[in-house]
Design a protein around this ligand. Structure first.
Ligand code: 2AM
Ligand code: CA
Length: 263
């Protein structure tokens, strides 16, 4: 029998330890490299943080599998067994430029089913936690179920680059959505944007390109609270596949899909 309590205790301990390591790095010069394009950054701290988690997981749970953004985990194409999906620093551009608005994101799945999710806002020491089927918490406080909102009252989370042109949704539809909503915001860390939708600080979040580690934890958090997570075409997300993502409360999800994204 898997001891989920023990896993949870370890994760919380490791998150605190990773926080201290990351804080230490603020005093030092970062080694920064670009990945897929000039806006896609990675630093030595992304790599060191992922290695810290993968080493600890392997030492304590040798039969678990790991998928990590920086490649210290396993090469996996199936969701059998217990699978940790890790983004050591989500929002690396923010980490580099702002030293805030980034998070450690960890989703833990068992045979493809979500079990535990952690989104840790490192600088603010704020943890969004979900145990699927058992509740979601902001630090120690339970998070209320998500309430339905309407586009006219909604704040839409969308990365500015998706307001230029993309190959998924006609740009005029996104312009119309932003025009008809109350406001648009871009935080720049997908996991935090999921957490903001979960807690009602944003009403929706749209991204044209996310990887499994960007949404593994956030998806569990939002679904636990009654929200809906799909692609921008309303399709189910696949745990190990990169895709577009559209997340919001249930009522708004229907309205935005029908009136803007599928139009
Ligand atoms: P990252 O910081 O872990 O790379 C930025 O809007 C958000 O999109 C971040 O959560 C970022 O995650 C994610 N993202 C996913 N793929 C990206 C890419 N190729 N370039 C920049 N950001 C990306
Ligand atoms: Ca990352």
């Amino acid at each position: 029998m898997t001891n989920w309590k023990q896993i949870d205790t370890y994760v919380r301990q490791w998150l605190k330890e990773a926080r201290l390591r990351i804080f230490d790095s603020f005093q030092k010069t970062l080694d920064i490299q670009t990945k897929s394009d000039r806006n896609d950054l990675v630093t030595n701290i992304d790599k060191e943080t992922e290695e810290f988690f993968t080493k600890n997981i392997a030492a304590n749970f040798p039969d678990h599998h790991i998928v990590g953004e920086e490649g210290f985990g396993d090469t996996i194409d199936k969701t059998e067994g217990i699978l940790w999906i890790i983004d050591p620093i989500d929002g690396t551009v923010n980490f580099v430029h702002q030293q805030r608005n980034f998070a450690i994101s960890i989703g833990i799945y068992e045979n493809g089913k979500g079990r535990l999710g952690y989104i840790y806002d490192v600088v603010h020491d704020e943890l969004y936690f979900v145990e699927s089927g058992k509740g979601a918490y902001f630090n120690d406080t339970p998070i209320a179920k998500m309430a339905d909102t309407k586009v006219s009252d909604a704040i839409i989370g969308i990365n500015s680059s998706w307001l230029i042109a993309n190959r998924h949704i006609p740009i005029s539809n996104l312009h119309a959505l932003v025009r008809d909503s109350r406001a648009a915001r871009s935080i720049g860390a997908a996991s935090l944007e999921f957490a903001y939708v979960a807690t009602g600080r944003l009403d929706a979040y749209i991204s044209m390109r996310l990887s499994p580690w960007d949404f593994a934890a956030g998806r569990l958090l939002v679904e636990e609270l009654g929200g809906v997570v799909t692609t921008v075409k309303g399709e189910l997300l696949q745990t190990l596949k990169s895709s577009t993502v559209f997340v919001s409360n249930k009522g708004l999800h229907e309205e935005i899909l029908k009136q803007y994204l599928l139009k």
